[in-house]
Every structure is written in C-alpha cells, then in structure tokens.
Design a protein around this ligand. Structure first.
Ligand code: SAH
Ligand code: SF4
Ligand code: F3S
Length: 469
C-alpha cells in the first residue's frame, strides 16, 4: 500500500534544495494538511525553510470559518507582495479553505501565483513546475475519494510527543451557518489500515499521543471496497488505535451530539489510554436556534448525551464550541445558552460571535440581524461565565494526582515543564530532570482558569500504565 520511499516523520532540512516556507491558519485538520503538503513537497525535492526571507516558495494554508479569519490572511498577502518585490525568485501559493472558496478571485491578486484547494495537494509539484510557463496556476477540484491515506505527514511542530492523524475529510452535515461542507467537500473515511500503520510508525518514532481528527468523528465509517460487508465504525477504529500500545494515549475530535453513540463511550471506558475528554460542540442552548442551525439535536438531547458521558465515564471532561448572536437570536435564546452552560459546567469552551459566510444556507435564508454590539455583549457574557466555571472546575483538581504526558518546556521558563492530564487540561510543574515524552504523576497545588500548577510526585512518577504491565 505504501511506497518504499517512506519519509521520516521529521522535516528534512537541507539548504541546497529549493526552500518552502509554510504558514498555517485554521483548525487542527489544516495543521495536519500542511504536514501532508510538506511530505509531498519534500518528495518533489523541496526542503522546509523556517524563515520567510529565505524561501523560494511561500505556501499559506488558509481558513474561511469566520470573516475575521479571512481578513487576517488577506492582510498577510500584502506582506507576501512586498517579499516578492524584494526578491524576484519567490512564488506564493494559497492553499486550503479560502483557496477553495475564493478561487479565481484570489488568483487575480498580484501577490498570488498558485491557488490549490484542500483536495489538490498531490497536484502541487505539477502546479509549481507549470509556473515556468509564466501563467498562474489553479486547482480547486474537490474529490469524493481523496484521503491522502498513503502519504506520511512530515511533522513540523517538533514537539515529537503528540501528533494529529486525519481519519476522514469533508463533512456531510449542513449546519446552516457553516462554510466547511462547501470548502472541504463530501465526507469520506480513510482506510483504517493506513491509519493504524501511521499510528504505529509514530509510536516507533517516539510519539506518545495520537489525536484522531475529523469534522464529525462519530460518522466515521470505512466500507471495504473489495468486500462491502466488512465495515469499521469509529468505536472500532478507536479500539484498534488504542490497542497499538497502552503507552500511547489516544484523543479524538470533533464529536457531534447527534451521532455520538454509547459504543464510543464504552470503548473509552475499556481502554485507560483513551483519554477521558470529549469535545462536544453545542453551538446554542436554545431549541429554536439549534433548529435554525440545522444541528439535528435538541437541548434535551444534548443534555442526555452529557448525562450518559458522566454515567459511563465519571471523570471525563467535556468541552464545547458555541456561537453567540446567530440570526434572530432573542435575549431568551441567549439566556437558554447561559443556563445550559450553568447546567453542564464545561471544562473549557471555544466561543464565537456569529459571522455570516457567503452562500451558506443561513446567508441565503436568514437575516444576519443581531447588531454587532449585541453579539459582542452576549459573547462577553458567555466568556465571563465560562471563565468562572473553568476556574471552579480546575480548583476541584487541587490536591489530586494525575498522570501527565510531558510535551516540553513551559512557556514561562525552561526550568518548568508543560504537559496534559488525560482530561486535556494543561499542567505546569518544576522539571526535576524530566523531559518531553515521559509520563509522570503530578499533584496539583494551585491553578488558574487555563492552567493547573503542580509538582511531580517523585516516588510515583512511574506511569500507571508501566505498573499494570
Ligand atoms: N465540525 C465541528 C466544528 C468545525 S468549525 C462541529 O460540528 O462541531 C469549529 C467551530 O467554529 C464550530 O463548532 C462553530 O462553533 C464555529 N463556527 C462555524 N461556523 C461559524 C460561523 N459562521 N460563525 C461563527 N462561528 C462559526
Ligand atoms: Fe460545519 Fe456542522 Fe460540518 Fe461541523 S458538522 S463542519 S459545524 S457543517
Ligand atoms: Fe477553517 Fe477549513 Fe478548518 S474553514 S476551521 S481550516 S476546515
């Protein structure tokens, strides 16, 4: 299945090769896509370049999820234009979701030479070579099949501990506010054999944590094309990945409340290395808004899923996404979101104001009629509430001991390390000679709303998993 030219998981840095600089915006899937792009370009003779000033090729992997994400990237194009003025041998390629959404409009920008959508990365070497004709190049064809299953992403982050694996692409849900189905195309699941192979290679290369990615992991379904009665669903895939080694943690994102079944929860309960954390975007606490958003669950249905998580996985953390100020949202609808947040008490949340995306169902059918200052006020109310809840939830960890996988030095100091507890909370503690990739047991002494602060319990620093084995 895989070619013999198997790449290392680390970037090859060679200044004799043409240099590519890659900038990434958007979600974790985009980060992983940039790693796929680097793999394709390394094979085509390029080497990763850490500085934009030395690059022959600048690639920007873009995001369209909200208007401010796009504006930020459009602002960067001015910088690239200057770079091209300074040095004539620089080419600029726009990849990802904005490339797919804006197509020729982006190509006509003087800063841009190549526009390549999320399913056309295999074509990049040809697009780059074709620039010698003097013509700009574009490929934004979306695919029904492309999963880049045979390409080994080259990991750019260098933390060497935690890695993303995309298990599917695209999305078949049509949440009315969301641009993703238009820019990423139809949902398709990746061959589980290639996923397991990639996870095993990462483990062999010293990685200790795998994060399985999809817009809606619960609808993962692989049907063997040569024998359609052979199928693998998400709970089964999760189990296969967890079985690779009890010393490799498994995480996943994103779960959809309408599809997250109990099977996944029972699988999580069975394998201690599947981390007890579920990211379960709610978007709104109001049934009227959920209906209009086309989320296909109700507030009650969502709360039932949360209750089931607590029943099957008592120490599981739950995080969420929420949108404030969606079309026609009343104060009452907003208060429904506030009351849901008080009821669920999420461990963390990504909180956004509604941003109308052109051509989505919401843009076509509903008016974006909540004034910006009302959107901001509602968002701020949700943020203030969630910050208080995050702090209170974190305070409950004080005095407790957790297994932490060390990711590296903390932002503040080299004397301190940062890692995560299974519930995905970040934790900092004095290094005491330990290093990235080790499991340690940490006792929590204090916290903020974002971080746990603790110390390694020396006599217990052997992993719980080591003890079981
Ligand atoms: N597939 C994931 C979410 C992907 S996008 C899911 O279904 O949950 C990440 C988050 O961005 C969404 O959960 C939503 O909260 C937010 N988002 C998406 N479109 C948005 C828009 N038009 N305006 C504001 N926030 C949006
Ligand atoms: Fe967008 Fe909905 Fe798909 Fe998530 S599930 S990517 S919010 S359409
Ligand atoms: Fe953005 Fe595309 Fe991800 S729109 S959030 S980069 S799928």
């Amino acid at each position: 299945m895989r070619d013999n030219n198997y790449h290392s998981v680390k970037p090859l840095l060679d200044n004799k090769r043409p240099q590519v600089y890659i900038e990434t915006y958007g979600c974790q899937m985009n980060v992983n896509d940039s790693e796929v792009v680097l793999s394709i370009l390394q094979k085509a003779g390029y080497s990763l370049c850490p500085n934009i000033e030395d690059a022959n090729l600048i690639l920007v992997n873009t995001c369209s999820i909200r208007d401010n994400a796009e504006q930020r990237i459009l602002g960067r194009l001015d910088v690239f234009r200057l770079e091209k003025k300074k040095r004539t041998n620089v080419k600029v390629g726009i990849l990802g979701c904005m490339a797919e959404r804006l197509k020729d409009e982006l190509l006509s920008n003087p800063a841009v030479d190549i526009v390549a959508g999320p399913d056309s990365y295999r074509d990049l070497p040809r697009l780059i070579a074709s620039l010698s004709s003097g013509e700009k190049q574009i490929n934004t064809i979306l695919s029904q099949e492309e999963t880049y299953a045979d390409i080994s992403p080259v990991r750019m982050d260098q933390n060497g501990v935690s890695a993303y694996i995309s298990i599917m692409r695209g999305c078949n849900n049509v949440c009315s506010y969301c641009v993703v189905p238009y820019v990423r195309g139809a949902e398709r699941s990746r061959d589980p054999k290639s996923i397991i192979h990639e996870a095993k290679e990462l483990f062999k290369n010293g990685y200790k944590e795998i994060n399985l990615l999809g817009q809606n992991v619960d609808s993962y379904l692989w049907v063997d094309p040569s024998n359609p009665t052979k199928k693998v669903n998400f709970a089964q895939l999760l189990e296969l990945v967890a079985l690779i080694s009890p010393k490799m943690r498994v995480r996943f994102s994103t779960s959809h409340p309408k599809d997250m079944g109990n099977g996944v929860l029972y699988t999580m309960a069975m394998y201690p290395n599947i981390c007890n954390h579920i990211h379960l975007p709610v978007q709104s606490g109001s049934n009227a808004m959920l209906e209009k958003m086309n989320r296909k669950y109700t507030r009650e249905g969502y709360l039932e899923r949360v209750a089931k998580i607590h029943e099957i996985l008592p120490d599981c953390s739950i995080t969420t996404d929420v949108i404030a100020g969606f079309c026609s949202e009343t104060d009452r609808d907003h208060q429904d979101t506030i009351s849901l947040f008080k009821e669920v008490r999420f461990d963390n949340a990504f909180m956004f104001q509604y941003s109308e995306r052109p051509n989505t169902k919401a843009a076509r059918k509903f008016k974006d009629d909540i004034p910006p200052e009302v959107k901001t006020a509602r968002l701020n109310e949700i943020i203030a509430l969630q910050n208080a809840i995050s702090l209170e939830n974190n305070q409950k960890t004080i005095g407790q001991k957790y297994e932490v996988l060390i990711e590296g030095a903390s932002k503040r100091s080299d004397e301190e390390l940062m890692g995560r507890i299974p519930q995905n909370k970040a934790c900092v503690f004095p290094a005491k000679g330990h290093k990235a990739g080790e499991y340690v047991t940490v006792r929590i002494n204090s916290c903020t709303s974002a971080t746990l602060i603790g110390e390694i319990i020396e006599e217990e620093h052997k992993s719980l998993l080591d003890k079981i084995l």
